[in-house]
Design a protein around this ligand. Structure first.
Ligand code: ATP
Length: 315
């Protein structure tokens, strides 16, 4: 087995500076172990895409090259996106040290929260595994990937409100980021009007009215641990889709409880559930969108979701 060469892409502000602590620990460990690495820190939103696009890695040399992502779901998303657009290097396998506030991707794979344990597992792995990722293509040509999910409606509105709330920084500093998400979820519920969605799969086209949540998922969780798609997993070679109708609070609360209790929310008559490899979805009005927790803007959506794989070097 060739010795490792880690190309670290680190978002130090992820998880209210958990990224910084983990970066320090990883650098110390790799130095002690005399493992080769480069350290690229992100300096602004979206920087991880640019770093990943520009990484140059030799096709054949004495090392096993890996990109090591230190950050949250958003950073992982950006790195995979950038690496897929990198025309100068072959597809480089990705290792991941979860350091965000939500960490839904690592939760679904049961990765250790301890960065050193995680690194040791990466070192023990002998080969990459191809995991599913979603491909999102808008009719205007804009394309991206998702490692976790795409959301339209209330959860994307919550992401928007949380990112733009004045007290977010203070709450993050106090490690109360989840509190700020929950507070904004209630605000989003009050604001979110229902909308119509048309879904086209391989065999059918259906329109659903009165929807307030749309989630395409590659793994079970959104919003930092809510198992909205309990059967989704990154080895299934399929993407799942759930549409939830807007309900009065006294009906929504028990439905939400079932999400955590046993996943039977998927059988509710106000919930529409699909599984497949290819979807087309349109909304009839302007809505907020999010992709792996990153904002997709506020507009009418018309896009395709398909499936591909990316090599990960995990455990
Ligand atoms: N130096 C920086 N200054 C400001 N923003 C940054 C910087 N580096 C990265 N970012 C942005 O930080 C955002 C959040 O990163 P990330 O999603 O990894 O962490 P998180 O939100 O704490 O975790 P999670 O998504 O798991 O909840 C990303 O949108 C990224 O573009």
């Amino acid at each position: 087995m060739k010795p490792y060469f880690f190309h670290i892409i680190a978002n130090e502000i992820a998880g209210a500076y958990h990224g910084k602590t983990n970066t320090k620990l990883v650098v110390q460990y790799l130095t002690q172990q005399q493992i080769q690495f480069t350290l690229n820190k992100t300096h602004y939103p979206g920087h991880a895409v640019k770093i990943a696009q520009a990484l140059i890695i030799p096709k054949q040399d004495q090392y096993q090259h890996l990109v090591l992502v230190i950050g949250g779901d958003g950073t992982l998303h950006q790195v995979i996106k950038g690496l897929r657009q990198n025309t100068q290097s072959p597809l480089i396998p990705v290792g991941y040290i979860p350091s965000g506030s939500g960490n839904d991707f690592s939760r679904s794979l049961n990765l250790s929260a301890d960065p050193i344990k995680n690194l040791q597992q990466i070192q023990q792995a002998k080969a990459p595994q191809n995991l599913d990722i979603g491909v999102f293509t808008q009719t205007n040509g804009h394309t991206s990937i998702f490692v976790n999910n795409i959301g339209i409606g209330i959860d994307a509105r919550t992401v928007f409100l949380t990112n733009h709330s004045k007290i977010k920084k203070v709450l993050n500093h106090l490690k109360l980021g989840t509190f700020s998400y929950l507070a904004n979820l209630l605000r989003a519920y009050r604001q979110q009007k229902s909308f119509s969605v048309t879904v086209k799969t391989k065999d059918q086209k259906q329109t659903f009215k009165n929807i307030f949540l749309v989630t395409f998922g590659n793994e079970p969780y959104f919003g930092g641990g809510v198992p909205i798609l309990p059967h989704a997993n990154v080895y299934s070679r399929s993407i799942e889709l759930v549409l939830v109708e807007k309900l009065p609070f006294h009906q929504l609360a028990p439905l939400f409880y079932r999400v955590f209790k046993d996943g039977t929310h998927l059988k509710d008559k106000h919930v529409h559930y699909f599984k497949g490899r290819q979807f087309q979805l349109t909304t009839n009005q302007l809505e907020y969108g999010q992709i792996d927790g990153e904002e997709l803007g506020h507009h009418a959506f018309d896009f395709k979701v398909t499936l591909t794989q990316y090599p990960f070097w995990l455990k």
